[in-house]
Ligand binder design. Structure first.
Ligand code: PMP
Length: 400
């Protein structure tokens, strides 16, 4: 039956981990994986998560199905985290919310809802480059995917002029995807001033902004600072769509905890949108998973656990920022050709190093260091034990 099914290409990111696993050298480093690692290079379960789980065990809750749009305590608390407690549409009950299968699921619900109901366009514009899964998620949701300029290879920074020009040239009312903070894969974010200009152009062109916020708190260590763009757009009256993920900031990767939300004009419109979100979700997976949403909602609603969580998010972000400084200083001290200031200007889990594909290949073959071919590294894979070896190897690779 399946003789005509062609073999698909392997996932470019997961392939990096496969190659790393097969390497037997003790110095090997995996910088492909987008998950936080602690000072010893190990996966990290947050203490706030462990404590929340202890509380949950004591409460001995049942395992009944959740409603289609999820655990209400979770969805309310997660929306408050993103929009801020003073958010006007939140206070007015005009934000439609649905718990999702992490960030990916939120993007997919949003894509499917927009494909079905957004009346003005079926085209979504993504930054170049963007997270590798954005294109297939939105294409499979029924949208046409196009791109806008974002990254400037020359400066290894934001191509702000190109970005503005492309936004201005989009057909009015097109959908535009924006990374709220810690842009993946580049680590390059607009400044608050630049976000204000972007918001103005989005308004002039009546574009529909869809924010992907997969790293709230992970960029700067502060959940409110990282929500600047989202909150600024909302305060400017944009009716945004938003995807949230608790994979990175709570380390709940495999628990699949997320939220899709959509700002509507008023509670009556919200109720109609809510009813259609349920109709979109029901045939996809019926209702979302329970355990992770309970963990996140326990943390978000308990003052002590919230404080502990905030300090742990700050610690994770701080460790990554520290590694950025050490990497840049090492590369400069080793007289590595080039300007490495972008390493500390970039933010979040990833850094676009500017290494070329042949250099990344040489690093894998000669130094047992694995990263994606575009030169993206997960900063979380670096620690006190491997940062010097990594810097020396990069310096050698660049010098040729
Ligand atoms: N958006 C971006 C920009 C991401 O980097 C990721 C995770 N790599 C996601 C969404 C979705 O992740 P998850 O489904 O695990 O929440």
């Amino acid at each position: 039956v399946w003789s005509a099914v062609p073999a698909g290409p392997p996932d470019p990111i997961l392939g990096v981990t496969e190659a790393w696993k097969a390497d037997k050298d003790p110095r090997k480093i995996n910088l492909g994986v987008g998950a936080y690692r602690d000072e010893n290079g190990k996966p990290y379960v947050l203490n706030a998560v462990k404590k929340a789980e202890e509380l949950l065990v004591q409460q001995n809750p049942d395992k009944e199905y959740l409603p289609i749009t999820g655990l209400p305590e979770f969805t309310q608390a997660a929306a408050k985290l993103a929009y801020g407690e003073d958010s006007t549409p939140l206070k007015e009950s005009s934000i439609a919310v649905a718990q999702s299968i992490s960030g990916t699921g939120a993007l997919r619900i949003g894509g499917a809802f927009l494909a079905r109901f957004y009346p003005h366009s079926k085209t979504i514009y993504l930054p170049t480059p963007s997270w590798g899964n954005h294109t297939p998620v939105f294409r499979d949701s029924g949208l046409e995917v196009k791109n806008y300029r974002y990254f400037d290879k020359k400066t290894v920074g934001l191509d702000f002029e190109g970005l503005k020009e492309d936004l201005k040239n989009m057909p009015e009312k097109s959908i535009v995807l924006l990374h709220a903070c810690a842009h993946n894969p580049t680590g390059v974010d607009p400044t608050p001033e630049q976000w204000k200009e972007i918001s103005d152009i989005v308004k002039e062109k009546s574009l529909f902004p869809f924010f992907d916020m997969a790293y709230q708190g992970f960029a700067s260590g502060s959940t409110s600072r990282d929500a600047f763009a989202v909150r600024h757009f909302v305060s400017e009256g944009h009716q945004i769509a938003l995807s949230q993920s608790f994979a990175k900031n709570m380390g709940l990767y495999g628990e699949r905890v997320g939220l899709f939300s959509l700002i509507t004009a008023n509670p009556e419109e919200r109720a109609r949108v809510d009813s259609q979100l349920k109709i979109v979700i029901r045939p996809m997976y019926s209702n979302p998973p329970l355990h992770g949403a309970r963990i996140a909602s326990t943390i978000l609603r308990n003052q002590d656990l919230y404080g502990l969580w905030e300090s742990e998010v700050k610690h994770m972000a701080g460790r990554i920022i520290d590694m950025r400084h050490r990497l840049r200083d090492n590369l400069v001290n080793l007289n590595t050709p080039g300007d490495w200031s972008h390493i500390t200007r970039q933010i979040g889990m990833f850094s676009f190093t500017g290494l070329t594909t042949p250099q990344t290949k040489a690093l894998a073959e000669k130094a047992h260091i694995y990263m994606t071919a575009d030169g993206r590294i997960s900063m979380a894979g670096l620690n006190a034990s491997n940062i010097d070896y990594f810097s020396e190897s990069v310096s050698k690779a660049v010098k040729g």
